[in-house]
Design a binder for this molecule. Structure first.
Ligand code: SF4
Length: 155
């Protein structure tokens, strides 16, 4: 929902704190996830992600969530799917070149990032291109696996 997406960016700091808290909880659940089998629960967790992140961020379920690096603005709402934006076509009033009815996702990302950042600017980290093979898989479970160094090809 567009209004909630903008609200989330305006409240980037508490939203990021919420996200960090959720990550800590998910990390604690890693042994349970392993016991259940990551692959087996992926669709279930993805369903929760789709509802919650869809509502708050208009998440497009790319499976490689970088909200924490983009001021809590989902870059997949950019019509050009830019992972390192903005493009060169942002309108003078800050609206999107392709969809003038919405603010440029990357201007919002920059604003959100300013609210987040105290010493660092994670938005300045160059992001790899989106891997379309990971669409519609759980980004949360992928992050837990990454942080616990659990092999993605098992479980
Ligand atoms: S103006 Fe912004 S949102 Fe629109 S296509 Fe360019 S980078 Fe994406």
């Amino acid at each position: 929902m567009y209004a909630l997406r903008q609200w989330s960016v305006k409240n980037a700091r508490p939203m990021k704190a919420l996200y960090d808290g959720l990550e800590a909880v998910l990390l604690k659940l890693h042994p349970v996830f392993e016991w259940l089998g990551y692959r087996r629960i992926d669709k279930f967790v993805l369903g929760i992600e789709k509802v919650s992140k869809g509502l708050l961020f208009d998440s497009q379920s790319c499976g490689q969530c970088i909200l924490g690096s983009t001021g809590m603005a989902c870059p997949m709402n950019c019509p050009k799917s830019m992972r390192n934006g903005p493009c060169g076509g942002v309108r003078a009033d800050g609206k999107c070149e392709v969809d003038p009815g919405m603010d440029c996702v990357w201007l919002l990302a920059w604003e959100g990032n300013k609210r987040l950042a105290e010493q660092s600017y994670p938005i300045q980290v160059v992001q790899p291109p989106v891997d379309n093979r990971l669409r519609n898989t759980s980004a949360w479970l992928r992050e837990v696996r990454k942080l616990t160094k659990t092999d993605e090809h098992t479980g």
